[in-house]
Design a binder for this molecule. Structure first.
Ligand SMILES: [Zn+2]
Length: 401
């Protein structure tokens, strides 16, 4: 993998560049389409290509449990398995090991503290324990017990075979206290080094790029320490090459996302790509880009699409509302996606009301198209120095109420 910066935007941390992988080029900033189980929910791989998606991210936890990393390896990697021939990524599986294994069915959005884990687990008879060794969890599919470690995550991701993979980290809860975040960060750092060692042993031909993950919750000093420590690995005698890129993980509040990401990106090595994990609200994409991020992934467009919520430049609309039943315009005027160039709001509203499977497909096509084109326009606006104007214009229209 090779990353080059084409243009930096003065007065911000924003940059436009490109990542070259053995399966193709990603123009950055880029929105990464999420194909959790080696499928983008309700879309064929041909439809993903038609949307001009640049890169697909699959989920290590899900593929490890089903169909198993060995099957995906035999298929030639998850890209081949799903007939996607462009660039690919996998996450480390840590977040899902907690949220689906341990906290499944419990109201826990991001990984909680050690104590909180024990509490929810005790009430549901479930168990996930985070120790220095790794995360022990029960499968959300059949209750089987598994242990994810930095080494087993690297092995699973090696078999799943994406171009870009992530180090195994502990994703902490936004409510976790400072003391826990500090302890967790030390563990994530120790795991980062174990990941590099394990991955170097597997990938002697350097087929995969390994991204380290910056945690630290909402604490500035911890975020900065994480960025410094992970960045410094590249110059360390133990791991002279360090990481190939960085993920920024964990929870943020709505208001501080740009600030918190900026703390990290002013410290991380400038010449490596940065991926803001699991973020996809339009305003967060602008803030993330402005604060120096190059890649974003999120299930948002397909998840809200399946429930009938659609992006437009005037904000989200809910197609099941009565006002669309006899509305024969497109989902959004001027949208060039397949759905808008072939179907009406009335038709999509009908499909949702009739519980037809095509409803989710057509909604997902529009929503993914919307975010892909938005990030493309953000990239163009960096290249022609109009980013801040474009951000202002978009945000005023999208969030006006
Ligand atoms: Zn459309």
């Amino acid at each position: 993998m090779k990353f080059t910066i084409e243009k930096k935007l003065d007065g911000t941390l924003a940059r436009a560049g490109e990542i070259v992988t053995k399966n193709g080029v990603i123009k950055t900033p880029a929105f990464v389409v999420v194909g959790t189980k080696a499928t983008v929910k309700s879309l064929t791989s041909e439809q993903i290509r038609s949307l001009k998606a640049q890169v697909v991210l699959a989920n290590t936890y899900h593929l490890y449990l089903q169909p198993g990393a060995d099957i995906v390896e035999k298929a030639g990697g998850f890209g081949k398995f799903m007939d996607w021939h462009g660039p690919t990524m996998t996450d480390s599986g840590g977040f899902q090991a907690f949220s689906l294994g341990a906290a499944f069915g419990n109201n826990v959005s991001k990984v909680a503290t050690g104590d909180a884990v024990s509490d929810v687990s005790a009430t549901k008879g479930q168990l996930a324990t985070v120790t220095d060794e790794g995360v022990t969890f029960k499968s959300h599919l059949n209750g089987d017990k598994h242990l994810f470690t930095p080494e087993s995550s690297m092995l699973a991701q090696w078999k799943i075979g994406a171009d870009m993979i992530f180090a195994f980290d502990e994703c902490t809860s936004p409510s976790a206290p400072y003391e826990y975040q500090e302890k967790s960060l030390a563990r994530t750092y120790a795991w980062a080094k174990r990941c590099i060692a394990a991955h170097e042993a597997l990938d002697i031909d350097k087929k995969q790029a390994l991204f380290g993950v910056v945690q630290g919750g909402r604490f500035q000093d911890l975020r900065e320490k994480a960025a410094r420590d992970l960045g410094a690995l590249a110059a360390s005698p133990e791991f002279p090459e360090g990481f190939d890129g960085y993920g920024i993980g964990g929870s943020f509040t709505k208001d501080d996302i740009g600030t918190a990401v900026g703390w990290v990106n002013t410290i991380l090595p400038e010449d490596k790509p940065r991926h803001l994990l699991g973020i996809g609200e339009p305003i967060d994409l602008f803030e993330g880009v402005q604060a120096g991020c190059d890649l974003f992934d999120c299930v948002l467009p397909t998840r809200i699409g399946r429930h009938g919520t659609l992006f437009t430049h005037d904000g989200k609309i809910h197609i099941k509302n009565a006002q669309y039943v006899a509305d024969f315009g497109p989902l959004e005027d001027g949208c060039t996606c397949y759905t808008c160039t072939h179907h009406t709001r009335a038709y999509i509203a009908h499909l949702f009301r009739a519980d037809e499977m095509t409803a989710g497909t057509l909604a997902s096509i529009h929503n993914i198209h919307f975010l892909l084109r938005l990030v493309e326009k953000i990239r163009e606006s960096i290249l022609n120095d109009t980013f801040l104007e474009y951000k202002k214009e978009f945000v005023e229209k999208y969030y006006k109420k």
